[in-house]
Design a protein around this ligand. Structure first.
Ligand code: SF4
Length: 746
């Protein structure tokens, strides 16, 4: 096995070539609701089993329909599920494609070192061989360096099974990109203000809001089911939408105000809005008096941040800043400054999110109808197991220079896997579950350097994603339609649970992750942590503890529970304690001050593109989830490549034509691996370009996605770290065009 140079190798020699099965076209129109599933009322007989969707992490509950021949034919939303209200989004309906994808990983694979300078290869292995090897290496790493040196990097439902394994083994060196590469800064910004994480799903009371502000948040392209449904309802109820985005997103087209802000200046707009709301007395005085701390300090702080001051920075006219602030003030408290999701932009993201939280605080929207409701969740008891051992070090120590980090930072785990000058590195091995780090973590070079240095790498996935090419052992996971998983206990207006169970047997030689975790655990002598025969036993025991059973949930799929924590909203004047140390909404944060950070947010100017370069902005398409769905036969049928959006003024300057193929080169000389087609549109500012994330796959085993479009992740080599929680700001990268293919080295 190669340990000196873990070069990417293809698994192609062993996987059968795939044939695309294009099974559906959704034919959606411009309206939001037309994006959702159509019901099939045909009289055919199907067996239906409950599941919850894994195409994204919204986890909508659904019924899997299997025909008399045993084929999975369709997925339909569960009517009783408050997370989807009986309707799946187009991606969710396309979950059938995950099951049918002939490119799936089919059998365990083990890396074979190349001899005489030859490249490494993979060989097919039995499950016994693959699991024995993983357990052997886990024992070896534990003996040589301690279990903490084996890190788990995860995403999705499977991660929880391996998290249990790793904690039993003695390692909490665990990280997931959903934190440091996505939502972490907003959780810090909102918790330093309100004392609570926003969490997922966000407790935004969109259905009853009168005004919603979206800053770089593109609901509708970011297809989070209930939010989109509620937004459609609120549009029918004449909500005032204010969209701040350098790009005219789908939701911008539905908005009363589209503010095409100069990128990287959002903080100036937020401070100016606070200035107007305070100095025009648009805030709720009684709410501010009773529930907030530091109002006078904030008033003084924003005194100079007038709309005229912000105009010179943001390019948004003062009158528009005033008008939009007044719209918010008139709608308050039924107003939402949406926290967004992918918020790792410029490195001061926790402070930007804090400014958004403070604006919500000023408008009195927390705990109010049409603002943020008070969420609730049912606690599912843990299946009994011995206590976990205490690791000597783990994610907290690796991220200690970021005092407000509350989860493992993937980027710090990567850094700790790269040898220092003395050749030392703390992390020696990775177990990667359900996350394609190569297309997820910015500065791919660092990730590859870390992979090069590791002694052992395991990848568990359903698909031959790029990261599998760096593995020593590949464990093929069956899809969510073929397995039991943990009970989905959802936070919401009312608590609810949902069951995922297999609708069909796993295809090929794939297995569920709970089974893999148990098998590895038993080989490590940790059988007491996996004291059951089948995961169904665990689920039945847990369900019995919350007044249900496996039999009941197999029948109904979703169960709702009454609230026990009180009403959805609190009344003005009522005593209400926020989760901060003062029990109030902290407009001035003594905690931040003590840690050496600004107690109230300030505007910082960020680098600008040089002549001939444009800021790279990336986002989502409604039919795809990151890079994980771009090979899905149903979903790639809807969109099989990304394009680079270019303003007509820029297109003229470069003499670009629609659908012309170009390469993109970033400020550090990194060139996209594949060409990308140009889309000329007024919908993007002249100083920026835009592309949908998740394309440009270079693994030929992804037969539909290989070479289609460009990868934004490859072009993100400048990372601006958030000093509070370690998020990786990725919007400080600039690209230019290479129009002559001959100038690109192959
Ligand atoms: Fe699935 Fe769509 Fe729900 Fe995500 S929002 S879980 S993709 S149905």
């Amino acid at each position: 096995m190669s340990t000196s140079r873990r070069q990417f190798i293809k698994v192609s020699a062993l996987g059968a070539g795939g044939v695309a099965v294009a099974t559906s076209a959704y034919g959606f129109s411009d309206g939001f609701m037309s994006l959702f599933e159509e019901r099939d009322n045909s009289p055919k007989k199907f067996k239906r089993t409950p599941t919850y969707c894994e195409v994204c992490f919204w986890k909508c509950a659904a019924w899997t329909h299997v025909d008399e021949q045993g084929s999975v034919v369709k997925l339909i939303g569960n009517d009783d599920d408050p997370q989807c209200n009986g309707r799946l989004c187009p991606r969710g309906t396309g979950g059938v494609g995950m099951y049918n994808d002939t490119d799936r990983l089919k059998t365990p694979l083990i890396r074979v070192a190349g001899v005489d300078g030859q490249l490494d290869t993979f060989r097919k292995a039995t499950w016994e061989e693959a699991l024995d090897l993983v357990a052997f290496k886990m024992n070896e790493i534990k003996e040589k360096y301690g279990p903490e040196s084996f890190s788990l990097l995860k995403h999705g439902s499977s991660g929880s099974h391996f998290e249990h394994l790793f904690k039993a083994y003695g390692s909490d060196t665990i990280g997931e990109p959903a934190y440091a590469q996505c939502r972490g800064p907003r959780e810090t910004g909102f918790s330093t203000t309100f004392g609570n994480w926003v969490g997922s799903p966000e407790p935004t009371d969109i259905r009853d809001t009168k005004c919603m502000v979206m800053i770089g948040s593109h609901i509708g392209e970011n297809m989070h089911n209930t939010q989109v449904q509620e937004l459609a309802d609120s549009i029918d109820n004449d909500v005032t939408l204010i969209t701040v985005d350098p790009r005219a997103s789908t939701v911008a087209s539905k908005s009363k105000y589209w503010l095409p802000i100069k990128p990287a200046t959002d903080m100036a707009l937020l401070l100016a809005w606070m200035n107007v709301i305070i100095y025009e007395e648009l805030y709720d005085k009684a709410y501010i008096e009773k529930y907030t701390l530091g109002f006078e300090e904030l008033k003084e702080h924003v005194r100079g941040f007038t709309p005229e001051w912000a105009y010179g920075i943001t390019t948004i006219e003062p009158e528009i800043i005033r008008k939009t602030a007044r719209e918010m003030g008139q709608a308050a408290p039924a107003v939402i400054i949406h926290p967004g999701r992918h918020v790792t932009w410029y490195g001061d993201d926790s402070q930007r999110e804090r400014a958004m939280a403070m604006l919500n605080g000023l408008l009195g929207s927390w705990g109010k109808r049409g603002g943020f409701y008070l969420k609730e969740k049912l606690k599912i008891p843990k299946f009994p197991h011995p206590p976990y051992p205490h690791p000597k070090w783990g994610w907290e120590e690796l991220g200690e220079k970021f005092p407000l980090a509350q989860m493992g930072l993937t980027n710090e785990i990567i850094n700790a896997s790269i040898p220092d000058r003395a050749g030392e590195h703390e992390v020696k091995a990775w177990f990667i579950s359900g996350t394609n780090l190569i297309n997820t973590i910015p500065d791919t070079y660092l990730t590859e350097q870390a992979l090069d240095s590791l002694e052992f790498v395991v990848v568990c996935d359903t698909m031959p994603m790029e990261i599998t090419g760096y593995a020593d052992v590949i464990l093929p996971e069956c899809t969510y339609l073929e397995r039991y998983d943990t009970i989905r206990s959802m936070t919401g207006r009312e608590p609810s649970i949902a069951l995922r169970m297999p609708a069909v047997k796993p295809k090929y030689d794939s297995k569920p992750s709970w089974w893999m975790a148990k098998q590895i655990g038993e080989r490590l002598g940790l059988g007491a942590y996996f004291d059951y025969n089948d995961f169904a036993d665990v689920l039945d025991w847990q369900l019995q503890q919350v007044g249900s059973s496996l039999e009941e949930m197999q029948r109904i799929g979703v169960k709702k529970y009454p609230r026990t924590s009180g009403p959805l909203y609190f009344e003005n004047g009522e005593d209400f304690e926020f989760g901060t140390s003062s029990g109030k909404i902290e407009l001035y944060s003594a905690e931040l001050e003590e840690l050496g950070f600004d107690p109230m947010p300030k505007f910082t100017a960020h680098p600008e593109p040089e002549d001939g370069f444009y800021r790279l902005i990336y986002g989502r398409a409604p039919m795809h989830t990151f890079s994980r769905t771009s090979n899905n036969p149903n979903l790639s049928d809807l969109k099989d490549e990304n394009k680079v959006w270019v303003n007509p003024r820029v297109a003229k300057l470069w003499d670009l034509k629609n659908d012309q193929e170009v390469f993109l080169e970033n400020q550090d000389g990194v060139v996209s691996q594949f060409p990308i087609k140009v889309r000329i549109t007024e919908r993007i500012r002249w100083d920026s370009v835009y592309m949908v994330h998740g394309f440009g796959h270079n693994n030929k085993n992804l037969t539909r996605a290989h070479g289609r479009g460009a990868s934004d992740t490859r072009l993100i080599t400048n990372v601006m770290m958030d000093p509070q929680m370690g998020g990786t700001g990725m919007r400080g990268n600039f690209v230019t065009f290479i129009t002559d293919k001959n100038l690109v080295e192959s």
